[in-house]
Design a protein around this ligand. Structure first.
Ligand code: ADP
Ligand code: MG
Length: 278
């Protein structure tokens, strides 16, 4: 006889149904039901809404909340250094960037097709911003994402190797739907580091989508990866199904600080002029 389901049997009338309900909602993992059932119930009573529609409203609220919570969790797990989106990206500032391609990529079908993106360009042109925005779009569409820089990734892989947990980390990095590797090119790797990075790209080949940003054109990647043979093999895998984002232009940081300076000079001149007038 099953003795461990007392809550499902008839309850002593002394316990208020509200308390029992909250208990059931908690066990069934329905926090929105618990929070909203009384308020929605009162609304429905006032509006003369029937029972099925009352339940329907609660179910809809629970699902909306659940989806939001899952998405927030995905964003937390992605470890973005900051949250950026295309809402704050000025495409006019970088005319070499193919806007329609980027907006198409933000629909995330390339992730489903396990393709890659490589964003190339000098410092400050918005490569990281674009990578973050594509990463956020992927989280919103339901894909798991991991954001890291090339040097942090290599560091983490080396550490995992020393601590004998490399397999687990490799598995985790292979399984994520989108891996974003920012800033390949600033710091050269040791031979072991380059090989560990290569292994990740190699495992992900046709298994998952990878986005890499780099300040270096392809023919200079050997300078960070060391071996020409390894660079060739890595590029071969990475560029088989790839969308290249050419981002050549002036640094956005530099342009905005120049604009700010110009504005300040103008303000100061006006102030001086104002002060000079009797
Ligand atoms: P990169 O990674 O190419 O060095 P970032 O993406 O870090 O450049 O951009 C530098 C700063 O300028 C960031 O704060 C970023 O949000 C901003 N930025 C760059 N390009 C644009 C743009 N086209 N529109 C809006 N902000 C931009
Ligand atoms: Mg960057």
């Amino acid at each position: 006889m099953n003795t461990d389901t007392p809550l499902l049997q008839s309850q002593p009338t002394a316990v208020a149904p509200q308390i029992l309900l909250l208990n059931h909602f908690k066990a069934l993992k329905l926090p929105t039901f618990a929070r909203e059932y009384e308020k929605v119930g009162a609304d429905c009573a006032r509006e003369g809404v029937d029972y099925p529609r009352y339940l329907l409203r609660l179910c809809e609220l629970e699902r909306i909340d659940r989806e939001r919570r899952t998405m927030e969790r995905r964003i937390r797990l992605a470890k973005f250094p900051v949250t950026k989106s295309f809402d704050t990206f000025d495409f006019m500032a970088i005319p070499t960037l193919n806007k329609s391609l980027v907006l198409e990529l933000a629909r995330c079908q390339w992730i489903e097709r396990r393709e890659n993106i490589i964003a190339l360009g000098p410092s400050g042109v918005g490569k990281t911003h674009t990578a973050l925005a594509l990463g956020l779009a992927a989280c919103q569409k339901g894909y798991s994402v991991a954001f890291t820089t090339a040097s942090a990734l290599v560091h983490e892989l080396m550490e995992a190797r020393d601590e004998k947990r490399l397999r687990a980390l490799q598995k985790q990095l292979t399984n994520v739907k989108l891996l974003i590797v920012d800033e390949l090119g600033y710091v050269p790797f040791t031979a072991v580091g380059a090989e560990l990075l290569f292994e990740i790209f190699s495992r992900r080949y046709e298994q998952g989508a990878t986005l890499v940003t780099s300040n270096l054109p392809f023919d200079e990647w050997t300078s960070v990866l060391g071996s020409e043979r390894l660079t060739g093999a890595l590029l071969d895998r990475l560029t088989h199904h790839v969308h290249i984002l050419e981002m050549n232009g002036e640094s956005y940081r530099l342009a905005t600080s120049k604009k700010r300076q110009k504005h300040n000079v103008k303000q100061n001149t006006l102030a001086e002029k104002g002060a000079a007038t009797p």
